[in-house]
Each structure stands twice: as structure tokens, then as C-alpha cells.
Design a protein around this ligand. Sequence first.
Ligand code: ATP
Length: 340
Amino acid sequence: MPYTAVLIPGDGIGPEVAHAACEILAAAKAPIEWVEAKAGVAALEAGESELLPAATVEAIQKHRVALKGPCTTPVGGGFSSVNVALRKRLDLYGAVRPVRSLDGVATRFSGVDLVVIRENTEGLYAGIENEITRGVVTSMKVATRDACLRIADFAFRYAVHRKRRKVSVFHKANIMKLSDGLFIRCAREVRDAKFPQIEYEELIIDAACMRLVQDPTRFDVLLMENLYGDVLSDLCAGLVGGLGVVPGANLGEHAAVFEAVHGSAPDIAGKGIANPLAITMSAVMMLNAIAEAHSDAALAATATRIREAYDRALVDGCKTRDLGGALSTSAFAKAVIDRL
Ligand code: ATP
């Protein structure tokens, strides 16, 4: 019996890379039946009246798992982020972004293997901004004890489950004494009460960034609030080859949405040159999550086959332009399929 998952192609390069990932999964005979749903500008273009149609949210609630391409977010005005709205509506409170060095992708460092865990529902992403008088605006950073405890528990459970050794909390509690102060106190509380076996450290984020770019291999699981997680995800992507190679999952109690860290990349959209690896890696994370939930060893093996195929493709020098190669999106997908 196939598993049903929602597919949201998204905007910009989203449809191109989502299509490539689906082709790879189909070639690997992954037993996934896709239910396509719209979100973002693509939803408006399809005649929907909302960027995040109720039918899309309901489809994810029903099938509980989705693979999503990026949705365009305008800078400095216009509508607010569909990606953020979806995470809030489905209470996908934990973002998991594994960042690892890939053989065949030459970067400054080798042996990077870390995971960014980002609180997905509050912080400055609460989007509460006011112009209190002309030329003076405020932006409210929200931290609640419940959400801070929940994401800390999530991060430590993740560390135990994945046999990780250390959790590093990045914060700025020396300046934001209340909000970031609450975040680290909650992390400490959860660790001391339930996970004393996991090594734990707190780092002020500016110094942490310096240490990350000096030696990323000293890090393991990174836990942080929403905005820091957004910024640090891209920084960490830069350590292993860029946004084309970092996948992600947004996880809640009732649903999971898998999506690459990158955005809709309007500068290269429609050119057929985007790297489909990040969304393919996200799809592999999705297959592994389904396999685990259903104790499906065959599906886990399919996920491993896909991972080994793209790892081999990179080692063989098959790369898109962002990695210094010349392959198109579809040619890279074919190179992976040839190695399945
Ligand atoms: P958002 O704010 O929506 O997260 P962003 O500001 O992080 O978006 P992206 O859309 O991720 O921006 O793009 C940043 C840069 O990385 C762009 O130059 C883009 O072309 C490049 N890029 C992003 N994703 C890919 C990809 N899959 N393949 C190749 N290049 C990419």
C-alpha cells in the first residue's frame, strides 16, 4: 500500500526542484502517492483567493506529512510569509536542519556534521510590529515558557534518539535578559531534569558564530530561537557547499512538513539550473520519518538507496552550477537516477 503525502511545489525554483525530487523518488520506486496542493503566489495564480488556502492546510492535517517547495516572501512590505504562516497554523514548532560535509563538494572544512534545531513559532517571527509614531517602529520578540520548554525537550530528545553527544544553545541573554534569558533557563531546566547524560553548553551567539566559522566540527546539535535559527541555518549551509545542499523538516505533534532551507531564489527561477539536492534530501528525511513511524524497513532501505545515489553522483563530479558544476536541474536528477 502506498503512503499518501501532500506535495506543495511552491514558487520560484520550487516547482523545478520539487519535480526533480519526485522523479528521483519515483525512479527509486518509493511507495508515495502525492496529493498536490497549492500555496504562495502559485495559489493566487491558480485562482485561489488566499496565499495559504484552507484546502492546503486541511490536506496536510489529513495526511500528516508534506514535501514543500519554497514560497516567495516579499522584502520590506506586501504579504507576510506563507512559510511562517504554515508553521504556525500546523504548530510545526521544531525545525530540524542537518548540515553535513559531502564527499565531492570541496569546502573550507571537512567532517562537518551538525544539526540546527530552530524554534519555529515565536521570537521576532511573531510578526508583531507597530509604527508607534512617524519614523519610530517597534518589533516585539515573544518568548513563552511553554514554547521554550517544548523546543528544548524536542532538541534533547532528538539528540538522544540520534545518538548525538552535545547540545549547544546560542543566545543573546546578556542583552535580551528576559526573552533569551527565559530560553536558556528553560533549556538548562530540561537538560538537568531529564537529559544529564547529554553534554550541554550555552554560547553568546556572536562569539558562537566566530567559533562556528573557525571550527564547525566542534559542534553537534545547535538549539536556538526562531530568527537566530533562520540566520544560522544559512551560515551553516555555507560551511558545506551552500543552500543547494541543506534539507529541513518542520515537525509538530500532528504533522510534518519537509522543505529545503533555501528560499524561492527568484534570480534563477525558470532557468532550469537550480540544485534539486536540498529538496531531494528533505524528501529522504520524509521517507525515513514515514519508515520509522510505520516500522517499514523496506522504505528505510529505499531512502538509503536514494542517499547513496546522490552521494555517488557528487563524488563522480555530477554537480549543478551552485556547486561549481555545469549540470541542469534535470540532468542532475538523471545522474542520481542512473546511480540508484
Ligand atoms: P528566503 O528569505 O525566502 O529564505 P533567501 O533570502 O534565503 O530566501 P534564497 O531564495 O534561498 O534566498 O536564495 C539565496 C541565494 O542562493 C540566491 O542567490 C539563490 O540563487 C541561491 N540559491 C538558493 N537555493 C538554491 C538552489 N537550490 N540551487 C542553486 N542556488 C540556490
